[in-house]
Write a protein that binds this ligand. Sequence first.
Ligand code: SF4
Length: 231
Amino acid sequence: MSLLHPFSKKIIAWYQQNKRELPWRNTKDPYLIWLSEIILQQTRVEQGMAYYLKFAKEFPSVKELAKAENEKVMKLWQGLGYYSRARNLHTTAKTITDNYKGKFPEQHEDILLLKGVGEYTAAAIVSFAFNKPHAVVDGNVYRLLSRVFGIETPIDTTLGKKEFNALANELLDKKNPALHNQAIMEFGAIQCKPVSPDCSVCPLNTMCFAYSKKSVSKLPVKAKKTKVRNR
Ligand code: SF4
């Protein structure tokens, strides 16, 4: 899409006014962005922040993390839960050191092959670090898109994933993918909250399907009661 959709213009304007100051937003270092994304996979921003700062201080580069004792990595992770993330983090740091001479890979397909990295995380790394046009689709994005565009396809199905992914990529500002991705996730997290969002002050309320149809609480639709990643 060459022209920006009004949806995109509005979320970007909102983001510039309302974004939270988060330490991983001030870096283009793919290592630090990857680190923050792994921490945030199953952890809330408030809790993850201290861990991110500890890890970034203790292991300022992928090489430092790779050569750390496993025990030290696990100890630093203590209290965060989902310990496979810490194990994958350490394994992947070693892979990057061995296979890429310690330089974080830049290609989307190479990043996707790293242990512990799925579609969402790969898109986040390539867009935030390298400004490449890959749309992020996390729980916040599913919720926001389903409500604004009135999409009732269950988000936890293959069809739903495909549909939401295609829409997110169509809307993406190809010239500023990092900014657009940050804006769409932050908008979902802060403004279009899961329960009782304040639609009366929402800049999207004139174009929002769910608001006009009074179906905010019914969207997004899930086929099963599975937990979707939600920052
Ligand atoms: S109007 Fe309400 S449901 Fe629609 S995008 Fe805004 S906050 Fe979300």
